[in-house]
Design a protein around this ligand. Structure first.
Ligand SMILES: [Zn+2]
Length: 150
């Protein structure tokens, strides 16, 4: 086996025959070449392993993100369900109260007029109460500011 043959067979390593090792033992130059080849191969393997590690890491992150998204989706569905229940509950409550009020006023028509009058009174006084509350808030804020800059 000559050096040319050896270098061609080198790339088939470790599937080589006895002749290959015989040349390796006897030729210094080819031995150096072969050692370099092994070194490069080792580095390539390490690089492939590193990339595998990156792929695995990415898989982990991906699964985590996916799980988070699933969790958020379930959470949203639960929220929507609770909101729907709440809506049904409030609607039923309004319906029941409305029905009872209508039935009550049908049985007592004179009370209906009286209630309307009272409501009108309350609403006309509402502006006054609003004014008083705003005035109190204004006084509170002013005294607080005053105390702050004293
Ligand atoms: Zn050689």
């Amino acid at each position: 086996m000559n050096c040319q043959d050896f270098r061609e067979k080198m790339f088939l390593y470790p599937e080589v025959d006895e002749e290959f090792f015989t040349h390796l033992r006897n030729c210094d130059e080819c031995r150096r070449e072969f050692e370099e080849f092994l070194e490069i191969e080792k580095k390539l393997k390490e690089k492939v392993n590193e990339e595998d590690e990156i792929v695995r890491e990415w898989d982990r992150v991906y699964i985590k993100v996916l799980n988070t998204l699933r969790y958020e989706k379930i959470k949203r569905q639960v929220y929507i369900f609770i909101l729907l229940l709440l809506e049904v509950f409030i609607f039923s409550l309004v319906f029941i109260i409305g029905y009872r009020l209508v039935r009550f006023f049908i049985q007592n028509p004179s009370l209906f007029v009286l209630t309307l009058k009272s409501l009108f009174q309350i609403f006309s006084q509402f502006n006054f109460y609003l004014f008083v509350i705003l005035l109190l808030v204004f006084i509170y804020q002013t005294t607080k500011l005053h105390g702050k800059y004293k």
